[in-house]
Design a protein around this ligand. Structure first.
Ligand code: SF4
Length: 513
């Protein structure tokens, strides 16, 4: 018995690239998908050709390369360049063209806005294909590392610590120089003085910006808390997913935590789906629970299902927490655990917050019965008796909390709708760090990854043949002057997305083959 033998390396074969790529390979879907897009209208650079100079690669070629790369965890431009020489599917996909790694890098850097438009166009198309209904949306976030080490991220405390250390060193060197002149010590002194100057500039920047932290390599990156409380410099990526087929429909980044991000995400979802003012349910975890955001969402005709946060009074005073005080909406009074009615003088007080957070208004509720109350020692330590503060957002918080508590099964779907995508992107496609610097470019990367995620999902939903039929129908109808239905549909999508038409319908496929 022998081991399995391979083929003779010297055997000549007559075989085309077409024959070497499997009939139902994902790369064929990517190819057809990009050919379907109107790249010029979506805002890609390098579309217009100059009369002189070396012609650029067609944006479709580069877009295909990136989609393939992000699906297969080949994201670095040098690895993508290598794939153009070694990977048969890539060679098939981009017609054996071989862009230089710098060309690949520049394309990704210069087209972040266009990647966003591709994603939005795709989402609108998915809605048109009835794969997205926009009724129940889940919003959540995941963190990715940035191109900025923790060493190059500063807050005031860290800068002060460095400055204290440098001051001590400078004093030591000056003392030594007083005793004898030494060239080496003098150099060290100058070096430390330079460092001090740099740290002072950082401290000034921190004071002026009021940001609280500064990343010197990528100024948009922030120190964020990753799993198991480890702090790394990165981005907190926001994502929204539709419940019907768990497809991603919006993305954003910026804040280190989720407290202020619910409304901006809802607005993005509505814009992408063209569903402003239409009722929608939004499910999110307790990180998004904020009265201000819940009110803003209700104003946008959105029913929020955000997991309630435990009131701080539960921890401080478990037996007489806020929950044990019942609010009477009609009389605008509270009933306390002793059955006494607490009244307000109707005045709104300004409640200011630390760390530059926006202030809000509260009303105070109290009762004279506290003086004689037998529960007083357990209820409050305030000499004037218990005071209940009701914020201007309390009614919105109460409505949200009631919705969640009444529909626990519905709220529980949140995890199924949004979290598994993060697992696929981070574990399977290694999208747990960004290669770009700056919020807009990082988002560009996110949009490529999300587009590719949705494309993979719809292969599972439709099956290869049905999906190719649909994509090809969109493509061929763009080129058909007689069948205007799809063209009109396409124009509707473009107008929902507010994308201005730049020229005639031009499909890259006709330019390549
Ligand atoms: S201390 Fe005041 S608020 Fe607390 S239970 Fe007694 S009467 Fe009610």
């Amino acid at each position: 018995m022998e081991h399995i033998r391979g083929q003779n390396r010297n055997q000549l074969k007559i075989i085309s690239l077409e024959q070497m790529v499997e009939e139902q390979a994902m790369v064929r879907v990517i190819d057809a998908f990009v050919d379907m897009l109107e790249l010029e209208e979506l805002g890609f650079n390098y579309f217009k050709l100059n009369k002189e100079g070396r012609p650029p690669f067609h944006p479709a070629i580069m877009m295909k390369l990136f989609l393939y790369g992000y699906q297969n965890s080949i994201r670095s431009c040098r690895k993508l360049e290598a794939a153009c020489r070694t990977n048969i599917e890539v060679m098939w996909l981009i017609h054996e063209q071989r862009p230089h790694y710098k060309t690949i890098a520049n394309f990704r850097k210069d087209n972040s806005k266009a990647f966003k438009e591709v994603f939005r166009y795709f989402v609108a198309l998915l809605k048109d294909w009835k794969l997205i209904d926009g009724k129940s949306i889940a919003i959540d976030s995941f963190k990715i590392r940035a191109q900025n080490s923790l060493k190059n991220n500063f807050n005031e405390r860290k800068v002060n610590r460095h400055l204290d250390y440098i001051d001590k060193k400078i004093a030591e060197y000056e003392e030594e120089l007083d005793k004898e002149i030494d060239e080496e010590i003098n150099d060290k002194l100058e070096h430390n003085k330079q460092k001090k100057e740099n740290y002072q500039k950082i401290r000034q920047h921190l004071k002026d910006s009021g940001d609280g932290q500064l990343s010197t390599t990528d100024p948009d990156a922030k120190a964020v808390v990753f799993q198991r409380n480890s702090v790394k410099v990165g981005y907190n990526i926001q994502a929204a997913s539709d419940s019907k087929y768990k497809l991603l429909i919006a993305a954003d980044t910026g804040d280190v935590n989720d407290t202020k991000t619910l409304t901006p995400m809802v607005e993005r979802v509505q814009k992408n789906l063209g569903s402003e003012d239409k009722p929608m349910d939004v499910l999110a975890d307790k990180g998004y629970h904020s009265g201000r955001e819940l009110k803003a969402c209700e104003d946008l005709n959105v029913n929020t299902y955000v997991s309630p946060k435990e009131s701080s009074s539960v921890k401080n005073n478990p037996d007489h927490a806020m929950d044990s005080f019942e609010y009477n909406e009609h009389k605008d009074t509270y009933t306390c655990p002793a059955g006494e009615t607490m009244h307000t003088n109707g005045r709104w007080y300004n409640k200011s917050l630390k760390n530059g957070r926006k202030s809000y208004h509260v009303k105070h509720y109290k009762t004279k019965a506290c003086k004689e109350c037998s529960l007083r020692s357990e209820c409050t330590t305030n000499k004037l008796g218990r005071i209940i503060e009701r914020t201007e957002y309390a009614e919105y918080v109460s409505r949200n909390n009631k919705r969640v508590n009444k529909n626990p099964e519905y709220y529980r779907q949140r995890q199924q709708i949004i979290e598994h995508q993060f697992g696929t992107l981070k574990r399977h496609r290694h999208f747990d760090y960004t290669l770009m610097k700056g919020k807009e470019k990082v988002l560009g990367e996110v949009y490529i990854a999300f587009t590719m995620y949705n494309l993979g999902r719809i292969v599972s939903i439709f099956g290869f043949s049905e999906l190719m039929k649909r994509i090809n129908a969109v493509f061929s109808n763009f080129n058909s002057e007689t069948d205007l239905t799809r063209t009109i549909q396409h124009l509707n999508i473009m107008s929902i997305l507010n994308i201005k038409r730049r020229g005639g319908l031009s499909c890259p496929r006709t330019l390549i083959i």
